[in-house]
Design a protein around this ligand. Structure first.
Ligand code: AMP
Ligand code: MN
Ligand code: MN
Ligand code: MN
Length: 304
C-alpha cells in the first residue's frame, strides 16, 4: 500500500522541504495519505493540511517524539493527534526547550574542537533553535569539509559517546505515549530495527512499549531489509500491536529515500489504518473522505 506513507519530515524538523512542498511531492509520487511527523514539533501541520486540501490527498497530523528507554534514545510516532491538545503542547514545549539547550551545548563542543562557526552555521540550516537537530550539525560539518559524509559526522562527532554528543533529557517512553493518547492519537514505536539493540533487547523494548500503552509499531520502513520486515511483522502480531509503514522521508539529508517507497507489510500484520476505519487492504475514495470524522472517534474508542 505505497499510497499510505505514515512517516515524513519537513523543515520544521530536519527535513529539507516546506510542508507545502512535501505534500505536493507526495501527491506527485502517488501518495494518497501522508503523515507529517516532524521531530518533537507539530508546527508544520496547519500548512501541510492546507496543501493536502489543494492537492486532494489526506494529511494525517503526526509527530515523532524523542524518548529515553534506559540508556537508549527511542522515537515514538503519534498519528492523528489533536495538535491543539494542552497535554501534548506542554510536552512539546519541554522537548523544544531541551533541544534548544542541547543545540547550544553541541555547538560549544564543536567550537572547542576547533570548528569555528558550527553553532551559528547549523542554526542557519534549522527553522529555529527549537528545531535544531543533529542532522543540521552533520550537514554543516559536511558542507565545511570537516567530514567526508553525513554518516561520518555521526560516527566521529555526533553519535552516542562521541566528542560532541550530549546526553538528552528527553521524556520517558511512557510519557510520550501518554501525551499522544491525551491528544487522541495512536502511539507507534518508530523504526524498531534501527536502534543499536540485540534481538533480545529489541523484544524487551517492544514488550515495554506495549505495556506502557503503545498501540502500534513500524514494520515496513524504507531502510529495512526484507528479513527484518518479516521479523518485525511477527513481533507486531505476537505483541498485539498494529503495524505501521512509512518512508521517513527527509529530502536532501537522506536522498536515497523516496516518498511512498518502502517494503510491503507482511500479511499477518493488522495495518494501523484499520483503527481509522479504513479497509486493511488500503484506501478507498470513501475512506479518504471519512477520515476526518472517523479518526478522532476511533482513536478515542481504542483508548477508552
Ligand atoms: P536529533 O533528533 O537532533 O537527535 O537528530 C536525530 C536525527 O539525526 C534522526 O532523526 C536522523 O534523521 C539523523 N540521524 C541519526 N543518526 C544518524 C546517522 N547515523 N546517520 C545519518 N543521520 C542520522
Ligand atoms: Mn530525522
Ligand atoms: Mn526517527
Ligand atoms: Mn523520522
Amino acid at each position: 500500500m505505497p499510497e499510505i506513507d505514515l512517516h515524513s519530515h519537513s523543515q520544521y524538523s530536519d527535513g529539507s522541504l516546506t510542508p507545502a512542498d512535501l505534500v505536493a511531492l507526495a501527491a506527485r509520487a502517488g501518495v494518497k495519505a501522508l503523515a507529517l511527523t516532524d521531530h518533537d514539533s507539530v508546527d508544520g501541520i496547519a500548512e501541510a493540511q492546507r496543501a493536502a486540501g489543494e492537492a486532494g490527498i489526506t494529511l494525517i497530523s503526526g509527530v515523532e517524539l524523542s524518548a529515553v528507554w534506559g540508556v537508549h534514545n527511542i522515537h515514538v510516532v503519534g498519528l492523528q493527534v489533536d495538535t491543539s491538545n494542552p497535554v501534548l503542547k506542554a510536552g512539546l514545549l519541554s522537548q523544544a526547550g531541551a533541544r534548544a539547550e542541547r543545540g547550544r551545548q553541541i555547538g560549544a563542543r564543536l567550537e572547542a574542537l576547533g570548528m569555528t562557526g558550527a553553532y551559528e552555521g547549523s542554526l542557519a540550516l534549522a527553522s529555529s533553535p527549537d528545531g535544531l537537530s543533529r542532522t543540521h550539525f552533520s550537514q554543516w560539518l559536511y558542507e565545511h569539509k570537516h567530514v567526508s559524509s553525513i554518516q561520518q559526522a555521526f560516527d566521529r562527532y555526533l553519535g552516542p559517546r562521541k566528542p560532541a554528543s550530549v546526553p538528552m533529557p528527553w521524556a520517558e517512553l511512557a510519557e510520550t505515549i501518554a501525551w499522544i493518547h491525551a491528544a487522541g492519537g495512536i502511539a507507534v514505536l518508530a523504526h524498531p530495527g534501527r536502534y543499536p539493540l540485540t534481538r533480545t533487547k529489541l523484544r524487551a523494548l517492544i514488550a515495554d512499549f506495549k505495556s506502557a500503552g503503545g498501540d502500534a509499531m513500524e514494520v515496513a520502513t524504507a531502510t529495512e531489509k526484507p528479513d527484518m520486515v518479516r521479523y518485525l511483522g511477527q513481533l507486531s502480531a505476537q505483541n498485539g500491536l498494529l503495524a505501521s509503514q512509512g518512508s521517513d522521508y527527509h529530502g536532501t539529508p537522506a536522498p536515497w529515500i523516496a516518498l511512498g517507497r518502502f517494503p510491503v507489510l507482511p500479511r499477518e500484520c493488522t495495518p494501523v489504518w484499520t483503527a481509522w476505519g479504513w479497509p486493511a487492504a488500503g484506501m478507498t475514495a470513501d475512506a479518504t473522505q471519512t477520515i476526518q470524522q472517523a479518526t478522532g472517534q476511533k482513536a478515542l474508542e481504542l483508548h477508552a
